[in-house]
Ligand binder design. Structure first.
Ligand code: DQA
Length: 139
């Protein structure tokens, strides 16, 4: 099973960035542990701070991969273009967030991605990614 994780803006700073909200583990370390735990899955990880890169990546892998786990960061709340790209592809996308976006500032309560995602998982820190992976494996 080919599954990609795509992280959007500022998620390259996980571990350093607002650790009281996002925790103190960097994503690369977490990703290695995920790869070890799920050796039957072919996992690949992308991160970009650029909206266009995220869209290009969705186009490139979104017709051949079995699943995509997408944390578009703040673009979730602003980007109709990323939501349209999710709509355009055939690979199921699970939207994830580390934090519970509904318990935070009102501008985080709406995500354009949610309307088009196969499912949404938020509020469980890095565990959100693991739950999404398990869900894709079971889909
Ligand atoms: C986030 C939540 C977003 O509101 C925020 O802009 C992020 C991270 C999360 O994973 O909790 O960058 O997507």
């Amino acid at each position: 099973m080919k599954i990609a994780i795509i992280n959007g803006p500022n998620l390259n700073l996980l571990g350093k960035r607002e650790p009281e909200i996002y925790g103190n583990i960097n994503f690369e370390d977490f990703f290695k542990s995920l790869q070890n735990e799920y050796q039957t899955a072919d996992l690949i990880y992308f991160q970009s701070n650029h909206e266009g890169f995220i869209i290009d990546t969705l186009h490139e892998i979104g017709f051949s991969y079995d699943g995509i786990i997408l944390n578009a960061g703040a673009y979730s709340h602003t980007s109709i273009a990323i939501a349209d790209a999710v709509r355009a592809i055939s690979t199921p996308v699970i939207e994830v967030h580390l934090s519970n976006i509904y318990s935070r500032e009102p501008f985080r309560h709406h995500s354009y991605i949610s309307e088009t995602a196969a499912g949404v998982i938020c509020g469980f820190g890095l565990q959100s990614y693991k739950l999404a992976l398990q869900s894709l494996i079971n889909l």
